[in-house]
Design a protein around this ligand. Sequence first.
Ligand SMILES: [Zn+2]
Ligand SMILES: [Zn+2]
Length: 393
Amino acid sequence: MIGDIENLRIHFYGVQGSGSVFPQKEERDYIRLNSDLELLNKAFSKLQEKTNANNTLNCSVEEILGGPVNAESLTLFRESLEPQEQPVFGGWTTCFRLETSDGYDIVIDCGSGFRLCAQDLEKKWGDKEQRTLYILGTHAHFDHTEGFDQSNVCFDPRNHIHFLANRSYLTSLDRHLGIFSHQANRKDEGRPTPLNYEMMPASFESTEIRDIAKDGAEDNPMVSQYHDVGEPIKIGKTTIQPFSVFHPDPCLAYRIEHNGKVFVFCTDHELRRGDDPDFHLQVASLDAEQRLVEQAMNADVLYRDGQFLRDEYDAKKPLGGAQGVARKDWGHSCIEDVVDMAIKANVKHTYIGHHDPSRRWSELVEIDQDLEQQSKTEGRHFELAKAETIIDL
Ligand SMILES: [Zn+2]
Ligand SMILES: [Zn+2]
């Protein structure tokens, strides 16, 4: 996308949940069949326009194509049919980038999508000598951190990378890489990476987001400074309000506001479908859901985890296997609940992501079509999040 950034430009690099996926042959065949059928349908409709009263073609192949049968004229003919783009639902795990009207780059999470995000950043920065990147972390799970040390941005001394995240996220990056504390234990067995901070010439800074009133601040070599979770973070003209959601690992969501435009990012949050309203996990989940509704109230755009359908969560329907598996306390929400929540919070446009890696492409297409229907009924927009989406707010 080109043009000035009016307020916020949001890039979706990774919307896949739990693990990266590449479509298998069956799914690739499904995608190809659908796009071939769409194109053939348009081509034959066009041919029908050129038939005479006897239903016979009255022109040559060259006339139809606008030239001889070769790559050039076939490409032009194909373009004239305006083929529909096939949606790319998944692929890489969680990574988003915001570009702000006042020139900041703010990344959310470093799942495997961060590798591509970093390539775009390097391209954008070009010869710039001083580069600062802000990264908001949500939580420590691998699908939100795995792309970090695979990215170019770690290896350029001109780059300063400032993480703002909870203790768990900062620890997951520092434990083996030592980027904040410079204390990586390289003798540790079972390290998930061959790299460490000494091989990464970029500079790193960490702000730990925590409940300072409750937990206080402490002297920790990993933390450059502390930020209270109840206070907004200011980056230029952008105001970011962190808030905690319900997940097996402590997880933060963010309400991001710029010139009155609001984007709420909430990955890995479970609206628990339990029977006992007094059970402590049920109470914690409902509290977090309430917080989310308040923070998302009247938002322009919401990105929200909807990994399962209710029947899959409740083990009534299989997902990627022969039998249903109960998904309670896995930390993810149901698509139907996300829709209900977005209506309650009066959100204009909701992107539902963190797709399950076992979800088949054809199912994603069906769910997306259902969401399109619901959007018409509800007068607001719901859709499955698609990688490579870029939106301007
Ligand atoms: Zn996740
Ligand atoms: Zn998680």
